[in-house]
Ligand binder design. Sequence first.
Ligand SMILES: Nc1ncnc2c1ncn2[C@@H]1O[C@H](COP(=O)(O)OP(=O)(O)OP(=O)(O)O)[C@@H](O)[C@H]1O
Length: 669
Amino acid sequence: MDGVNGQVTQKPKVFSYNVVFEPEATQEDILEHSGIKRLLDMAIDGFSCTVFCYGQTGSGKTHTLTGPPHLFENGPDMFSESHGLIFRSFVYLFNQLESRDDQEFTLTASYLEIYNEKVIDLLNMGTNNKPLQVRWSKKKRGFFVENLFEIECAELDDLLAVLEEGLRNRAVASHNMNEYSSRSHTILSVNITSEQKADDGVYITRNGKINFVDLAGSEMTKKTNSEGKTLEEANNINKSLMVLGTCIAALSDSRKRDAHVPYRDSKLTKLLADSLAGNGVTLMIACVSPAKSNISETINTLRYAARAKRIRTKPIIVMDPKEKVIMSLQREVSLLREENAHLKMLIDLGESGLPQGGQHTTSGQSPSLANDPNIAENVPNTALPLMSRQGSFRIDDEKLENLDNRELIRLVQHYMAEHENVRMENKELQEITAELVRDQELVCKENERLLRKLEAASRVSTSDPNAQNDDSVSGNPAASGENQLDSSLATNTSSTNRGSKRGSKISSFRSRSLPSSSSSQVWINPLNDTRGKDTGSATSRRSDNTAPQESPQRPHHLPDSINKELEKRRIGKSMTDLSGSGGSTNSGKSNGGRLNTSDGRNESEFILTRRAPLKSKSISPGVAAGKSGGRGKARSKSVPRQKGGGRGDIPRGPAARGTDRKPKGMRSS
Ligand SMILES: Nc1ncnc2c1ncn2[C@@H]1O[C@H](COP(=O)(O)OP(=O)(O)OP(=O)(O)O)[C@@H](O)[C@H]1O
């Protein structure tokens, strides 16, 4: 920095701030660009906001906040250009309040000064002799001034009257640096209580606040030539400003975030504690003098401001605790309802292609909620006027205001019960969704495996139509493929049966829409169902079999492609009969009439029944009939155990167990 006579005195210091006003800036510029409008909006919304001016004596703090001295002496001139930030903020505030039609506001204002560490009510000068006490409020978790006057302000004029009265009463004295020097810190507070009608007729009350703090200026007593009373005032001012500086330094240092902040060391910091680091939003206006003689004070002020800029608060909306609970529960209930509806939609989508075993509620109101005794039955009679029996939980708009504490508690309890119910239901739905996804994956894998085997079978039979008559039939992939196919079908079925036998929680939902074990053959996940789109695929044909209108006793219907394959290998007659409409299979030598499935046998029996002819037919004609009867027999015995379609692949569960129950007259294999 170039000093006087061009001498380099020290390195330049760089500070950064949100806004810097040049000396030419007008009072209106401060209103428009300082950010105060945003603070006022937040105060209306329920936040606790503070704007304070800091700087050395005579730097223009009071001028910035209230304008030049004597401005209010003959009553406020509404059109004066000199009006400071407080006057302009009041005008802005009332304009904003009028524009918010959906809310009702109540404004109160208080005005105090801290003079020589005593709190004096500027709206009740009787306290001059008996200072007010600053106390800790457990309920509000903050300091407050006991017995401070609060004036209700219905009009802008009321607020301006408060400002005028306070300015008249505050302590002012003259010294070398300022003819009208503030000898105290003043805090003008405007409390804004808003009531807004929310859903369900609940009124949401918010308590916002804006504090205008005009700090007394720090002063070097040598410079100001203070003595006597003014010197005492200066010492007290400097002391409290020093504590404020210590608090700001502690709060701005991230390494000392958990360290002790000495709010209690002065009345000023006690009352500003919430603004500095609590749940409020604070705007600091640092006033500096451009005079070279004030350079050290100016740098000090800039340093303070830079530190204060690093402080982070956690702004919250101040609400009535009871209403806060009601609101948060309402919000949670509505969120959970949305999630519920979404999960139900997913489940409905997942089940839409399956036979409906029962009623499934698809309305917004969940069955468990609708029938919830906590909601419907446990509503006490005394609270009945508040509730609507239709739908879920409603509150009569007019009655709410007249609720006493007991009824409010009951109301909250009901919300909590509803909330708990929706949460439980949500959990159940999530479990079911997870089950469905697992089912889907299983079935998809099985379908893919089946299709691969079918393709393999087709390839082999196309290339070697006489393969089944060959000696090597025991190793015939086509033959073993058929056995594997059977096992695969059993796997699919058993997975369905497993699904229907899940825990009661899940079955309570699934039993309504999942097919019973006797009616389902292959569980096709409707999400992957291509019915109507690709009629040629095996999957789509299988899913046709699971259509709801189908008789639950209807036996397996094999895909045409499989039947064709079986036909090609000349084992198809009995299979076709089996898989067809249930016509007589008496023509089959090995199975005779025993394989007729039109008698409504359950599917596990059916699967086993089908396996028998495969063994006897696919193996017997080639093997037993001819060339290697012994091998054929051995093969016949070993079939269930081997080649991927053996016992290892037979799933556990009802269908698998069914394979051990031999149908009447069935030959042991
Ligand atoms: N931007 C400005 N334009 C015109 N006059 C100003 C400006 N800033 C301050 N002044 C004048 O300077 C004088 C001192 O200002 P002010 O009283 O606001 O200082 P202060 O910081 O509040 O001092 P103290 O801490 O001693 O109270 C006042 O007469 C005021 O009108």
